[in-house]
Ligand binder design. Structure first.
Ligand code: ADE
Length: 242
């Protein structure tokens, strides 16, 4: 997969050299390129923004600079992703769908955002898809942190990136629609706290039931919205007793 990220702060994306994403890059599983938007400016001051039409606080990023930048990185079949607090929520399902694609381009806005004509223009371009996405209901100073989140969420789903693919199976926001159960390791006693007996029992059926109960309880307590969205037909009788 290829991912291009365009930003006025390319150094913000430096963590993508680290850990699993860094390894995916050096191992050739992910072709990730970070670009400085200002490389596409033409004036002496390398201007990327201007005052908003209609008035108001802050600055808006100019469509002409973004247009030149995106024309040079977007090819046919690419998916343009624009982080913005007014976008559709980024979910595990979104990440799964994006992990199937060949080429993602992330356009990181700053200030009050990017002139709205940029998304409109590329939406009308055949062969290009455009999605505006949000990583949560809060406002960041720009799209870079959201781009980091997106790249990590997608890259870890690419075949070969996570060493043991089984670790992707039973995690929060997986197919079951539940948060993950609590996990424990050695030592069995720590700070006066014991690992739940059932996990030391070696009884796989009881362990699976306990984990599912914990996942259901946790989800009900922390994310009642996820419980409301569960497919009742996919629950069994023991689930309903939890
Ligand atoms: N840019 C600023 N805030 C954001 C958010 N919550 N999600 C995505 N991009 C953003």
């Amino acid at each position: 997969m290829r991912i291009d990220v365009v930003s006025i702060f390319p150094d913000y994306l430096a963590p993508l050299d680290l850990s699993l994403v860094g390894k995916a890059r050096t191992g050739g599983l992910l072709d990730l390129r970070v670009h400085d938007l200002r490389d596409w400016t033409t004036d002496r001051h390398r201007t990327v923004d201007d005052t908003p039409f209609g008035g108001g606080a802050g600055m808006v990023m100019r469509p002409d600079v973004w247009g030149t930048a995106l024309d040079s990185v977007l090819d046919d079949g690419a998916h343009l992703l624009v982080p913005t607090p007014s976008g559709a929520p980024l979910t595990q399902r979104t990440a799964e769908r994006l992990a199937e694609e060949q080429h993602l381009v992330v356009a990181c806005g700053r200030y009050e955002g990017i002139d709205a004509r940029v998304a409109e223009h590329y939406r009308a371009r055949p062969g290009v898809r455009v999605s505006e996405f949000s990583i949560g209901d809060y406002v960041l100073n720009g799209g870079e942190v959201a781009a980091l989140v997106l790249v990590e969420a997608v890259a870890r789903l690419l075949p070969g990136v996570v060493g043991n693919p089984e670790s992707l199976v039973e995690e929060s926001h997986g197919a079951a629609g539940l948060l993950e159960y609590p996990v424990y390791t050695k030592p069995p006693q720590w700070a006066g706290l014991d690992v739940p007996d059932v996990l030391l029992s070696g009884h796989h059926g009881r362990i699976a039931r306990w984990r599912r109960d914990q996942a259901l309880r946790r989800t009900a307590g922390r994310r009642p919205d996820l419980v409301a969205a569960l497919d009742v037909a996919a629950l069994d009788r023991a689930d309903l007793a939890t």
